[in-house]
Ligand binder design. Structure first.
Ligand SMILES: *Cc1c(COP(=O)(O)O)cnc(C)c1O
Length: 425
């Protein structure tokens, strides 16, 4: 039976057999035992499926990956130790020294550094683009060695909504896959594969975990991108892997080639696994993801509307707010809700932002977002504090921007807290 999303949150990935534990067991084991040397050999040849070492695969992790895979509507998925590892693997699985890819400039700061600084040191060049530019402008930036296009469904921290169909058309007309970081929207609110994305990544640290207990990531493949259409563009998938008995991933694994390569090559070599214990916590978070997202969105909209009426507030940005720059895109891609993150500013710039935040009692100042508990951050004073106002603007972050992550508390308490803090500035 094919279940609807809310049911999948509880039942995909792990189905207990007669008399088995109702909850997903934690396979807290580094390794797995075999009766014969041949049994084990076949696993190493990728001829049989099975577990041999947790750095490559673990049953707890696989069950959770399968759940996220089902939620996104993909064909294969893998967990990683963090969202950073997920985005690194997603790109590095198809790019090598001498290659190029394109990413929206308004993405999470950590991803921006990874793409612009660290990947550059590995010989991979990223061109950052303004995602709102017309298609014809963006098309000019693709090169013969371009291997991917990357964006976030809802950007962190500016909560802009990406025109995913536009990006998918651009990517596909240039023969490359579209990779979407769907962390803020989650599959509850947007399933990028339905709009043409090929690969989806997540920082599961955020809403999926939901309780701020485990850093983690995930990569899901739609199975829709045909690596063999232009095989010379993706040699890692279409030519023999010398480090794996000369296997050609695209021939041998078809729609699962991308994730199989990322597991058997990148995870083997970089070892950024999620611990089974963390995967267990993530699984608990997933059980209530649909419920929580509904509440986050309702409360964030109420908070955004409240902030909009306040004299001391300079501006409010939330894609579900009528009149917002991204309202139309949100209506299209996020009809059931966007996320719980609201970007806004109090009048008076950096200094007033800091005074306002220090007066809050319920909303906590934390380097975190998309959490059950309300929290907030002022990028100019925290994550981006080394940057000047000009550099901030270039990175798409207004110097006065406060990123408020609305939690699932009673929204009246959240609004009361904001009210008393605004009175103080
Ligand atoms: C937090 C975040 C990441 C990085 O994830 P970690 O789990 O912190 O490594 C990547 N993308 C987005 C959109 C994020 O919010």
């Amino acid at each position: 039976m094919k279940y609807r999303l809310e049911t999948q949150c509880l039942h995909e990935g792990y189905t207990p057999e007669n008399g088995m534990s109702r909850q997903l067991p934690i396979y807290q084991s580094t390794t797995f035992k075999y009766d014969s040397s041949d049994d084990m050999g076949r696993l190493f040849d990728l001829e049989a499926e099975g577990y041999f070492y947790t750095r490559l695969q673990n049953p707890t992790n696989d069950a959770v990956a399968a759940r996220i895979c089902a939620l996104e509507g993909g064909v294969a998925a893998m967990l990683t130790s963090s969202g950073q590892a997920a985005n690194f693997f997603a790109i590095f699985n198809i790019c090598e020294a001498g290659d190029h890819f394109i990413a929206s400039t308004s993405i999470y700061g950590g991803t921006f550094n990874l793409f612009g600084v660290t990947l550059k040191k590995m010989g991979i060049e990223c061109t950052f683009i303004d995602q709102t530019l017309p298609e014809e402008e963006l098309a000019k930036l693709f090169r013969p060695n371009t291997k991917a296009l990357f964006g976030e469904t809802i950007t962190n921290p500016s909560v802009s909504v990406l025109d995913i169909e536009k990006f998918a058309r651009l990517a596909h007309s240039h023969g490359v896959p579209l990779i979407i970081d769907n962390t803020f929207a989650t599959p509850v609110n947007c399933r990028p594969f339905e709009w043409g994305a090929d690969i989806v990544t997540h920082s599961t640290t955020k809403y999926m975990d939901g309780h701020a207990v485990g850093v983690g990531g995930c990569i899901v493949d739609s199975g829709n991108f045909d690596w063999m259409r232009d095989p010379s563009r993706f040699p890692g998938l279409t030519t023999p892997d010398d480090s794996y008995h000369g296997i050609i991933y695209a021939e041998r694994f078809g729609k699962k080639a991308y994730i199989t390569k990322a597991t058997s090559q990148l995870m083997r070599d970089f070892g950024s696994i999620q611990s089974p214990q963390n995967a267990f916590y993530l699984n608990l978070g997933l059980e209530t993801l649909a419920l929580r997202m509904k509440r986050h969105c309702e409360s964030a909209l109420a908070v955004a509307k409240f902030l909009k009426t306040q004299d001391k507030v300079a501006w409010v940005h939330f894609p579900e707010l009528e009149g917002d720059e991204y309202y139309d895109l949100a209506q299209k891609y996020l009809p059931n809700g966007s996320c719980g993150v609201v970007a806004f500013a109090v009048k008076g710039g950096r200094e007033t932002a800091v005074r306002f935040m220090d007066k809050l009692q319920l909303a906590a100042i934390m380097t975190h977002v998309a959490d059950s508990s309300t929290c907030l951050l002022h990028p100019a004073s925290h994550t981006h504090r080394q940057l000047s106002d000009e550099q901030l603007s270039a990175a798409g972050v207004a110097p006065d921007l406060i990123r408020l992550s609305v939690g699932i508390e009673d929204v009246r308490d959240i609004i009361d807290d904001l009210t008393q803090a605004l009175e103080c500035v």
